[in-house]
Design a protein around this ligand. Structure first.
Ligand SMILES: [Mn+2]
Length: 347
């Protein structure tokens, strides 16, 4: 599987890591499985090679991912601001994973920009913000950042992963598994080769699957039911579907972080639907999740109307309007993109 990582990039990465006394590894706001998978995998690997690493996230992550945070070592900026700032002021290497724009880390953006440490970005989203980094390892042909880190580690290890720690292998697998929605999206030949090698290494695939995709609370399942029965709106004229969840909806079902994971994919399972959206009311903004099929770019759609970005078929964003106006705004945006939506529907 040549070509995922350029030899020169692997060498530069190794040299930067070797030089560093303290490495900070960080990922984006609202960390998902790939975010937590890639940061814990890389940290575990570098620690096993004698490096001091700290992992930082801007805000809390879902409970079903907590098993990857052994000993609860991950620093959460929204809760431990002083510790995070101290780590950034001490670090001489910053490694950013699974995001393409610095605004994706909220307040932590300033810590990065103000730091004189060397900076590396490894990511699989299009159009990375390269100017902020000394080394950018970017590839949109891989399933996930965890897969990219797998190929990086494999290259550093001379082509085999026999000697990587067990928890590193496990995190790499979980990151890939969640970003592909359990092998349903963005899977390439290399993804299967990676899975094969991680299984040979000894990961327990069934247990990981159960830990990540099972174990939901009763409230989460009922919130899903409520979303589909009472909140999902289907607009056949645009081939679109969306769900708006207010704070009240979330409170009624005892919401905890990560409970709405996967809801945005639901409308896409309906025949004729090529774009779907989930809007969730948060403090001071509306969180936007977008998915598409058949070539409608939600990356462009989000950049244009939803203050965000992402992949062609999966993107996020933010709106700063009252929750009561979100439906009308979304429908107006769809009408403005009628041409490209009709093309996608004809495919
Ligand atoms: Mn990812």
């Amino acid at each position: 599987m040549k070509g995922y990582i350029k030899r020169k990039q692997a060498v530069e990465f190794r040299e930067a890591a070797e030089r560093a006394k303290l490495i900070v590894i960080l990922t984006h706001t609202n960390p998902d499985g790939d975010a937590i998978g890639s940061v814990t995998a890389l940290s575990s690997y570098l620690k096993s090679r004698g490096k001091a690493c700290k992992v930082v996230v801007p805000n809390p992550f879902p409970k079903n991912l907590a098993f990857m945070d052994k000993g609860r070592k991950i620093l959460i900026n929204s809760r431990q601001k002083e510790s995070v700032q101290a780590v950034f002021s001490e670090a001489d290497l910053i490694i950013a994973l699974d995001f393409n724009q610095l605004k994706r880390v909220d307040e932590v953006e300033a810590y990065i920009r103000n730091s004189s440490a060397a900076k590396i970005l490894a990511d699989h989203h299009p159009q990375p913000e390269t100017s902020a980094f000394d080394l950018v390892i970017s590839n949109t042909e891989v399933s996930s950042t965890s897969e990219l880190i797998f190929w990086l580690i494999r290259t550093l290890e001379g082509g085999n992963i026999r000697n990587i720690p067990a928890d590193c292998a496990q995190s790499l697998y979980v990151g890939m598994m969640t970003d592909t929605n359990n092998f349903a999206n963005s899977v390439a030949a290399g993804t299967f080769k990676m899975s094969y090698e991680l299984m040979e290494h000894g990961i327990d695939k069934e247990t990981l699957q159960l830990k990540v995709f099972g174990g939901f609370s009763e409230g989460r399942m009922r919130l899903l039911g409520h979303s589909l029965l009472n909140k999902m709106k289907i607009l056949n004229e645009f081939g679109a579907g969306y769900i708006i969840l207010t704070k009240e909806d979330l409170e009624n079902f005892g919401f905890s972080e990560g409970d709405t994971e996967g809801f945005v994919n639901m409308p896409l399972n309906i025949n004729g639907i090529t774009v779907s959206a989930l809007f969730t009311e948060k403090d001071g903004h509306i969180r936007v999740s977008l998915r598409s099929a058949n070539g409608f770019s939600v990356n462009k759609f989000s950049r244009k109307y939803f203050n965000g970005a992402g992949h062609e078929r999966a993107a996020g964003g933010k709106l700063f309007i009252p929750v009561g106006e979100v439906g009308a705004y979304f429908e107006k945006c769809l009408a403005l993109e009628q041409d490209s939506l009709s093309k996608a529907q004809d495919l």
